[in-house]
Design a protein around this ligand. Structure first.
Ligand code: BG6
Length: 491
């Protein structure tokens, strides 16, 4: 149940808001999930009238829902929407915002602030909201959603945290990782713990290694400035992939309360051994894409530029930023001691796929030769499925086996499709932080990534290249523990 509330959307004219947040809120409204008394105040830099803003929102919806949408819902949705121009040169802007929001007839007084702004603006916005009393919880709740990245390394994350907690309690801070809003990521825990057949095998006795993969066919696109300062490791691994790993490897929480789940994730993240930088070439691998040909969304091939060419277009001459990162991690706890977790992410690969692939150990006594090891794959996207590869007798006279794949789609046609941001915005308004990050998780994640970033920045490891649209560079196999390990793909 959601209390009457106002969602204050900072950065409302930005891309995330146009493509995901506004259409997402509209879909929630259409599904009857928004309370009757709920307003949306979009905050932007430019001076725009309410009418123009409403016309802009219509444009966002038209672009997203090509097959049209319900006019009645549209009218209800539009009536919820308002605009506030937060001019950067106006010293009284926040006082004015407070006066606007003070109109309780239009704006229910529980406020959820969604900060879809530049990371350097997170703390200043919170400080100014606080100064004009807009974070005061004496009568109503006040929550702040912080987009990623939360800091660019451990010290900056701690610094941001210190600035935020001067004005906010931990219970008011919602640090987002949009992967936690994905239904298939939320499902990892249930797949593990709702099936008696998996849990007994989920440990070092039976598992050879685990691969957590996020491959994209997309390149860096227009985001060269952000990406070049960030790289694959900080962009994807520090957040989404370590969270996926934590859900895959953590112990069973006592219950589904937010604090119980977070506590298990924190414990797990804290027991991952930081990579040994003196031996980094065997544990972490990086590369950059060069020009090639990828499969576009419509299935056709498309020639694409290399990363450095894209940078050159934007006036940057050289870069050692990785667009491919693969890291081998070990978890120092009784369940996982000695089992490698290979975590990898890359732009401009031959396929876009996010998956957890688990290879089981060889069965101890092989009755027939050439038996393959079992794999269990939890595919997160684009297909949400669970795939189990087992050995089975080849029918006929010979006693021999081959691999059968039991492939179960998790999503059925009639199932509700809900974007991760929709889920997370609902959770924010409901006051359910279970799919948001606790500061200890963010810190643990930076602790793991920082030493690698540092070693790479010092250029101590080779930066390899791969052709856009290809599979992993061959040299990346240097991080495998044994010769018989190899990268898994969906196709
Ligand atoms: C974002 C990264 O956090 O996640 C992007 O900044 C990346 O670089 C994106 O493309 C991937 O998200 P999804 O939901 O498309 O897998």
């Amino acid at each position: 149940k959601i209390d009457p509330c106002t969602l204050v959307l900072f950065g409302a004219s930005g891309n995330l808001s146009r493509v995901k947040l506004m259409p997402g809120l509209f879909r929630l409204d259409a599904a009857g999930r928004l309370p009757e008394h709920m307003a949306i105040l979009s905050v932007g830099r430019s001076e725009v009238s309410r009418d123009d803003w409403l016309a802009d929102i219509k444009g966002m919806l038209d672009a997203k829902f090509k097959n049209g949408y319900d006019q009645k819902v549209f009218e209800r949705f539009i009536a919820r929407n308002h605009y506030f121009a937060n001019a950067s040169d106006d010293p009284d802007a926040y006082k004015k915002m407070s006066a606007t929001l003070g109109d309780a007839k239009i704006f229910p007084q529980n406020f959820a602030y969604f900060l879809s702004v530049r990371p350097t603006d997170f703390a200043p916005v919170v400080e100014q909201l606080s100064e004009v009393g807009l974070l005061n919880e004496s009568q109503y709740w006040r929550r702040v959603l912080i987009e990623k990245p939360f800091g660019t390394n451990l010290p900056s994350a701690q610094d941001l945290q210190a600035r935020l907690t001067k004005h906010l309690k931990e219970s008011q801070i919602y640090r987002i990782d949009h992967y936690l809003g994905k239904s298939a990521v939320q499902g990892i825990m249930l797949t593990r713990f709702a099936n008696a057949i998996f849990e007994p095998l989920w440990n070092k006795e039976h598992i050879d290694h685990v691969q957590i993969t996020n491959n994209e066919t997309l390149g860096v696109g227009e985001r060269t400035t952000f990406y070049d300062a960030t790289g694959a490791l900080r962009d994807m691994m520090q957040s989404h992939l370590l969270q996926t790993l934590a859900l895959t490897a953590m112990e069973k929480p006592a219950d589904l309360k937010p604090e119980s789940i977070r506590a298990e994730k924190v414990k797990l993240l804290q027991s991952i051994r930081p990579v040994d930088v003196s031996n980094i070439n065997k544990q972490a691998f990086r590369a950059q894409y060069k020009a090639g040909r990828v499969c576009a969304a419509d299935g056709h091939g498309e020639n694409v530029q290399g990363y450095l060419e894209e940078l050159k277009r934007d006036g940057v001459d050289s870069s050692i930023t990785e667009t491919y990162a693969a890291v081998k991690l070990f978890i120092d706890n009784p369940r996982w001691q000695g089992v490698p977790f290979y975590v990898r992410t890359a732009k401009r690969m031959h396929e876009g796929n996010t998956a957890i692939s688990i290879r089981f150990k060889k069965s101890p006594m092989q009755l027939v030769e050439g038996q393959h090891q079992n794999w269990l794959t939890i595919n997160i996207q684009p297909r949400e499925c669970i795939k189990l590869e087992i050995e089975s007798k080849i029918p006929g006279l010979d006693i021999a086996t081959r691999t059968l794949s039991i492939d179960a789609p998790q999503r059925q046609k009639e199932d509700e499709t809900i974007d991760s941001y929709e889920t997370l915005m609902l959770n924010l308004m409901e006051g359910d932080p279970s799919q948001y990050l606790h500061i200890s998780e963010v810190e643990a994640q930076w602790r793991l990534v920082d030493p690698i970033v540092k070693a790479w920045a010092a250029d101590k490891t080779p930066l390899h290249q791969y052709t856009a649209g290809n599979r992993d560079p061959e040299e990346s196999s240097v991080i495998f523990e044994t010769k018989d390990q190899f990268w898994r793909y969906s196709i």
